[in-house]
Design a protein around this ligand. Sequence first.
Ligand SMILES: C[S@@+](CC[C@H](N)C(=O)[O-])C[C@H]1O[C@@H](n2cnc3c(N)ncnc32)[C@H](O)[C@@H]1O
Length: 194
Amino acid sequence: MTFAPRAEYSTFQTPFQEIAFERLRSTGLVLDVGGGGEGIVSRIEGSRVCAIDINLSEIREAQIYESAPQWIASDGESLPFRNAVFQTAAIWFSLDYMADWKMKRAVVREVLRVLRKKGSLSIMSSKIICREARFVLRMRYTLPDGSVYQTGYGVKGNQGQTMDRISDIVEQTGFHIAKKDDNGYWFHLEGIKK
Ligand SMILES: C[S@@+](CC[C@H](N)C(=O)[O-])C[C@H]1O[C@@H](n2cnc3c(N)ncnc32)[C@H](O)[C@@H]1O
């Protein structure tokens, strides 16, 4: 007798995505939400970054790259900052790790609070619409200095996360959408605080 694979144990893996990360366009202090793991924003922008992550182990992992951000262990839903202190914020592949939609919304709202007026938000995220229990975005990425790395971000599958759904949340929270870039398995959005 043969058994069909059970959907709850299955994994959807994307083909390797080639992603060339660029420097953030804005100046000033940068808040990086979920900035541990690969620690990409800190490796690109260095000491002007304040990187927060809910998992100390992810902060430790990112510290191997010896970049120079200010590291803070914190939940993105409740940031330990006053209102309107950052010029720029990045949420790169971190919303994917927050499968609960209330949490995704709360984090975007909290980022709005700590951004200055006209401050910019850059979001990169995976499109997670597979039926499988796990989703893995596989990527080969290049930093602005030309160095190349390979990684995979494994998260809960079947989240119904699309660029339009996240863009709606960003807009409803109080941002103008300045850029929408759909790359198939992942997307990049930019918002400006009204
Ligand atoms: C893909 S990983 C790191 C990606 C990182 N931004 C980068 O570009 O290399 C996503 C991170 O989000 C963090 N995270 C998940 N939920 C969070 C929350 N509620 N608040 C802060 N960080 C969170 C995880 O601990 C994890 O380190």
